[in-house]
Design a protein around this ligand. Structure first.
Ligand code: HEC
Length: 112
């Protein structure tokens, strides 16, 4: 009986873990080569290497993939709307989920 309970616990934890892993944006793959090709319009503000020289815009090179992806999604839905965020709305408006993953993968791989 105790063994059966332990087994049930292990199975439950296993299922829960898989659920968490699937919900983790870091587990979703992006293609950095494709992201590079999509990044041309981004360079006007973030510079070609993502190390933004203009001090009022953030550096994005070398940032965590999961963070970049969630930021891009929040600009696309306009959930992120404070201060200068509106400047990000147009650049991501027509991009697909895969485009955002590819861009995030590209910038995450660049040196900080
Ligand atoms: C017109 C200028 C402009 C363009 C073009 C632009 N950005 Fe931005 N970006 C900004 C500004 C300004 C912010 C800061 C927004 C804020 O304060 O929330 C920002 C923020 C970001 C952030 C969040 C950084 C952080 O630390 O939270 C990411 C990621 C990003 N941009 C990626 C991109 C990508 C990818 C593209 C191209 C598809 C792009 N940007 C095009 C101006 C621009």
């Amino acid at each position: 009986m105790r063994a059966a309970f332990a087994l049930a616990c292990v199975a439950w934890v296993g299922v829960a873990w898989v659920g968490v892993a699937m919900a983790d944006p870091a587990a979703e793959a992006g293609d950095p080569e494709r992201g590079y090709r999509l990044s041309t319009p981004c360079a006007s503000c973030h510079d070609g290497d993502g190390r933004t020289r203009y001090g009022l815009y953030p550096r994005i090179a070398g940032q965590h993939y999961a963070y970049l992806l969630s930021a891009l999604r929040e600009f696309r839905t306009k959930e992120r709307h404070q201060a200068f965020a509106f400047q990000m709305w147009d650049p991501v408006r027509d991009l697909s989920d895969q485009d955002l993953r590819d861009l995030a993968a590209y910038y995450a791989r660049l040196p900080w």
